[in-house]
Design a binder for this molecule. Structure first.
Ligand SMILES: Cc1cc2nc3c(=O)[nH]c(=O)nc-3n(C[C@H](O)[C@H](O)[C@H](O)COP(=O)(O)OP(=O)(O)OC[C@H]3O[C@@H](n4cnc5c(N)ncnc54)[C@H](O)[C@@H]3O)c2cc1C
Length: 378
């Protein structure tokens, strides 16, 4: 067993880990990233070609200042990597005016004076003929929304971090974390121990297994994404068909403009089997896509209801839907970042900054009260 010494080890170079490495390296702290697969892989929570960015945040208006910082961060990452990581499209929130999505989005926009338009049904149908409204639905359009390309974002952030001195160890599964001599932390791999001053755990769905003593009540949920062919793809381009979230009797669901010039991806936000990340059923069955096919038939004229592709992904959920960011008391010099519950991707650049602050002993710019690691302890 060999022992290696490092300053900061980041466990997981997926969505959050890649951004944390990038933000650490920008401030002259080149971390070692440990990844069980390869950065940009499709076995965690950060794949599937598209992620929604939006600002009028129905989940809680408290997220809005972080979203403004995240938007600046995505633009910086795009400039630094030369990759089109973010495409602004504007966004639609559609549903009953008293529902979580529309009501929450209106509230966030009011609190933070965001640009938003409430569209009457005639105006909506004229502007968005490939979305069908339900009787009684309210539709809101917001300006600061768009599409992030997850694989480009993750591989771009890792590449940028490495240009600034960080390093990544692919195919390196961390088996355990424990206190080391002095104030250090020991990170155990198969045939090696890494002795680090600080560790950031950004292991997504695998966090509960890595930090059992933190006793975080996280559950992992299997999610399905499916791509439906457009009859006329020009009607579904980023200039005509913005990202959307809909609150329908069938559930909360969302979709994207075409990113490949042929198909439109949609998915259900709520619902899915609880799973173990190492035993996830990665095969998409007919019954998995049935609810999505129905949604296309009812609400998206101009798409074929036979998907040509589908994929499986995982949400890591907290009981209240907010993230977990902080230093769990049961572990010394360890920061944990579980920013999922199905909505964390858009925050990666700002969460990267926050985790870099926490691991460098600085105070983050944003309050972490909503994300307190101890809030579930009873
Ligand atoms: C279907 C789907 C749609 C989504 N849509 C949106 C959206 O539109 N907008 C949005 O903002 N968010 C969205 N999300 C949520 C967002 O994608 C997640 O919040 C985010 O990807 C979580 O990032 P993460 O870093 O925690 O996990 P991941 O990106 O999965 O990264 C964890 C990494 O840790 C590695 N790892 C785990 N254990 C170990 C170990 N022991 N040793 C070494 N490496 C390890 C994994 O291999 C992985 O690379 C969606 C999620 C899903 C699944």
């Amino acid at each position: 067993m060999t022992t290696t010494r490092t300053n900061v080890a980041v466990i997981g170079t997926g969505t959050m880990g890649s951004a944390i490495m990038w933000r650490l390296s920008e401030r002259g702290v080149p971390a070692v990233g440990l990844e069980q697969f390869t950065p940009g892989h499709d076995r965690g929570s950060g794949h599937g070609e598209s992620r929604i960015f939006r600002t009028a945040y129905h989940e809680d208006p408290a997220y809005v200042p972080m979203l403004r910082a995240a938007l600046r961060g995505w633009r910086e990452l795009g400039e630094q990597t030369g990759e089109p990581v973010l495409t602004m499209t504007g966004g639609l929130s559609i549903g009953p005016s008293t529902g979580v999505i529309v009501g929450g989005s209106l509230e966030a926009a009011k609190v933070h004076a965001l640009t938003q338009e409430i569209l009457d049904p005639a105006e909506f149908s004229a502007r968005f003929p490939t979305q069908r409204l339900r009787e009684g639905d309210t539709a809101i359009w917001e300006k600061d929304a768009g599409v992030i390309r997850p694989e480009l974002a993750i591989t771009g952030a890792v590449r940028r971090a490495c240009e600034l001195g960080a390093s990544v160890r692919p195919e390196s599964r961390v088996l355990g974390i424990e206190d080391g001599p002095g104030d250090t932390v020991l990170v155990r791999l198969d045939e090696e121990v890494i002795r680090a001053d600080r560790v950031v755990v950004a292991a997504g769905a695998w966090i509960p297994g890595l930090l059992p003593e933190a006793q975080l009540p996280l559950t992992v949920e299997r999610k399905i994404l499916a791509w439906f062919p457009a009859e006329d793809p020009t009607q579904f381009g980023p200039d005509r068909f913005p990202i959307f979230l809909r609150d329908s009797p069938e559930g909360t669901w969302y979709g994207f403009p075409t990113m490949d010039g042929k198909t439109v991806k949609i998915a259900l936000h709520l619902g899915g089997r609880e799973t173990d990340p190492d035993e996830l059923d990665r095969v998409v069955h007919d019954e998995d896509t049935a609810p999505l096919r129905d949604l296309v038939r009812h609400y998206l004229p101009g798409l074929s209801s036979r998907p040509v592709r589908a994929a499986v992904c995982m949400y890591t959920n907290t009981p209240d839907g907010h993230f977990v960011i902080g230093n769990p008391p049961a572990y010394r010099n360890v920061t944990v970042v579980s920013a999922c519950s199905g909505h964390g991707f858009k925050f990666a650049p700002v969460i990267g900054e926050i985790a870099a602050d926490l691991s460098c002993g600085s105070t983050p710019e944003f309050s972490l009260e909503l994300f307190d690691v101890n809030r579930f302890a009873d």
